[in-house]
Design a binder for this molecule. Structure first.
Ligand code: NAD
Length: 283
């Protein structure tokens, strides 16, 4: 598989992490966003993360400098014309992604693989917006990208075996383990994780145990690195509610109904770490 230029669309939380991992894996990257300010913010995060890796002796100073040199920033879609791969990691909004993907497909060659990092949108629906949808696939990275070892590879209805194979090769090239998932809301990991967190909220709401005891129970009894309520605070209760609502609607199954307390906490503005208060409190 030729990998001369990987275009990453969006320099936000996920896009800058994906660009960093591609660059530290030796791949030239074109990082595209809508403004120079967004690109500068993304590059500042990459520089800070690489510096941390140097301090921890994960990579050398030379390797960090080479990785930075491999990343070319742009706001111009014409720069995508020689991309072998595009990994779209722009804002999670269906209309925006459909428009953006159409624009990408107009600039890249017919055999360029186009992947989306979407967490919740249908890969089949996104694929339908590009010419040659058989080269379209979901590549779902986890946050923070440089730290997390997993990529979920999601086949849309149109995705070819060749594109699937290329996605598995790409994951291996980035030193990540790939699992393949079908195109359903939440794919595999969030489909299991988010209802588990919702159940923990129901247990708390019923007054079965305190938040601390629920978290300690799942940490020490199930070897989870962080308890489900602390994880809810980390992810953001608004994000969790949006995911549960998407499952509820997408599967039309009452087993995915969001916990009433989750809805109430979101309405109160208790969103977890980002607002200083969720199931736990934060300074
Ligand atoms: P973010 O808000 O941090 O970054 C989005 C970036 O997209 C911003 O820099 C924004 O300027 C840019 N953007 C918006 N419109 C654009 C356009 N037309 N062209 C180019 N860039 C544009 O969002 P994020 O958290 O990085 O999420 C990005 C994608 O990754 C979403 O699809 C999300 O579902 C998915 N995802 C997020 C996480 C997570 O934990 N945050 C995990 C896995 C997947």
């Amino acid at each position: 598989m030729s990998l001369h230029n990987i275009a990453v669309i969006g320099a936000g939380t996920m896009g800058n992490g994906i660009a960093q991992v591609c660059a530290t894996s030796g791949l030239p990257v074109t990082l595209l966003d809508i403004s120079d300010a967004a690109l500068e913010r993304g590059m500042a995060t990459i520089r800070k993360n690489l510096e941390r890796q140097v301090n921890k002796q994960v990579i050398t100073e030379d390797e960090a400098a080479s990785a930075l040199h491999r990343i070319h920033c742009t706001t111009d879609y014409a720069s995508l014309n020689d991309a072998d791969w595009v990994i779209e990691a722009a804002t999670e909004n269906l209309e925006l992604k459909l428009r953006l993907l159409k624009q990408i497909a107009e600039h890249v060659s017919a055999d360029c693989v186009i992947a989306s990092n979407t967490s919740s949108l249908s890969i089949t629906q996104l694929a339908a917006s590009v010419a040659n949808p058989e080269r379209f696939i979901g590549l779902h990275f986890f946050n923070p990208v440089p730290m997390m070892g997993l990529i979920e590879v999601i086949r849309g209805l149109q995705t070819s075996d060749l594109t699937h194979f290329q996605a598995l090769e790409m994951a291996a090239r980035l030193n990540k383990t790939a699992i393949t998932a079908g195109n359903r809301p939440g794919f595999v990991v969030n489909r299991i994780l988010v209802p588990m967190i919702n159940e923990a909220i129901l247990v708390f709401q019923e007054g079965l145990a305190s938040a601390q005891d629920i978290d300690d129970g799942m940490r020490l009894g199930c070897n989870q690195p962080i308890g489900p309520l602390a994880l809810a605070d980390l992810i953001g209760l608004d994000t969790l509610l949006a995911i549960m609502q998407a499952f509820h609607e997408g599967f039309n199954d009452s087993k995915y109904r969001p916990a009433p307390l989750l809805k109430e906490m979101v309405a109160a503005g208790y969103l977890g770490r980002k607002t200083g208060r969720g199931f736990h409190t934060y300074n």
